[in-house]
Write a new protein. Structure first.
Length: 367
């Protein structure tokens, strides 16, 4: 019984699945693409703090100004000025030869005279007398006597010269002799005059501090970065059919003029994507878009393949920056594998013919 029920359920599910392979109630002349509803994400912008708030110390340098000042460079003083003496002349008399005297001498005069001179003074002396006649001593000297006998002075006469007049002199004056000479004399003596010397000043320029250096504390706010993240809004997985323009299921030209060998979008290329692709995606939400890029045959296959892939990726990356979900974008690079004309390797072609093969295209595809 259980096997019968399970088989019936399997048949039902298979029939239902087959019925979903094509749109129901299609209209003639219209095109449809099958969309497996993707997980729907919305871009949500969140603020991520990339740097916390902090204090910043800012130094404000000292402020200066230039001032002009009058300064004393030499103090006031006094100066002594010598005024020299003044000279004149005068006549000076002098004794050229002093006065003197002449002397006349009168010699001494003498006279002859006699002078009595004592040649022996008077004197007295003891003298032993004769022995007494009646001396009874046997020594005759015992009977003798002494007598003190005087004798007169003795004189002689001498002729002498007496000074009559002593020598004398007579003084006669001799007059002095005078002379004169001229000499320079100071009529006004030298003198010192004290003069005031004024102070000396100079003007200087100097830089004075008006305001000292200081530190200012500033609070630097936290820095945030807006980060766009995809947030699942609704779970997909359902298969639906969506009507689209029939032309959009075929490759449409996206005429980007790539610089030689470059996969960088120019400003003109971005403007082209904004005006050609963004409206298509806006009108067909949930539909997958293929970006296909091609090169011409010049260059190696490897380099051409790599260049075409990078160019397709460049377009897809730009669309993602515009908010298109990456699950709805497919980037395919075909290199030189899908040339639109005869210009393969070894074929001589014009630049215009090669330009036909260098192209970027887009189309809507089934999920």
């Amino acid at each position: 019984m259980k096997k019968t029920i399970l088989f019936a359920c399997a048949l039902f599910i298979s029939a239902f699945a087959f019925a979903q392979d094509l749109p129901t109630n299609p209209e003639p002349g219209k095109c449809y693409v099958r969309c497996t509803t993707p997980d729907v994400y919305v871009n949500e912008t969140v603020q991520v703090m990339t740097r916390p708030a902090y204090k910043k110390l800012r130094t404000i340098p000292a402020e200066y100004e230039t001032v002009t000042e009058r300064v004393l460079v030499k103090e006031a003083g006094k100066r002594l000025r010598v005024i020299p003496e003044k000279w004149g002349t005068e006549t000076v008399s002098y004794v050229k030869k002093q006065g003197a005297s002449t002397l006349s001498v009168t010699p001494a005069s003498f006279r002859s005279d006699n002078e009595t001179l004592e040649i022996k003074p008077a004197y007295a002396q003891w003298e032993l007398g004769a022995p007494a006649p009646d001396c009874a001593s046997g020594n005759p000297n015992d009977c003798r006597y002494w007598c003190y006998k005087g004798y007169p002075a003795e004189y002689t006469t001498v002729s002498v010269t007496r000074l009559a007049n002593d020598a004398s002199f007579n003084r006669s004056p001799v007059a002095e002799q005078s002379g004169s000479y001229t000499k320079r004399v100071i009529t006004e003596p030298a003198r010192v005059v004290e003069e005031e010397v004024p102070a000396e000043y100079a003007t200087i320029t100097r830089t004075v501090m008006v305001k000292d250096a200081q530190v200012v504390e500033e609070t630097v706010p936290a820095e945030y970065k807006s980060v766009t993240k995809e947030v699942l809004q609704s779970k997909g997985g359902l298969t639906t059919w969506k009507e689209v323009e029939c032309a959009l299921v075929e490759y449409q030209a996206l005429p980007i003029n790539w610089n030689l060998g470059s996969a960088t979008l120019t400003a003109e290329a971005k403007r082209l994507i904004d005006t050609r692709l963004m409206p298509v995606l806006a009108q067909n939400p949930g539909v997958k878009l293929e970006i296909a890029s091609h090169t011409d045959s010049r260059g190696s296959n490897t380099s051409n393949q790599d260049l075409s892939e990078r160019r397709a990726q460049a377009v897809v990356a730009y669309l993602q920056t515009k908010g298109i979900n990456s699950s709805l974008l497919v980037a395919n690079g075909y290199g030189e594998s899908r040339l639109k004309n005869r210009c393969a390797d070894g074929v001589s072609c014009t630049e215009r013919e090669h330009a036909v093969n260098r192209r970027t295209e887009f189309r809507l595809i089934n999920n």
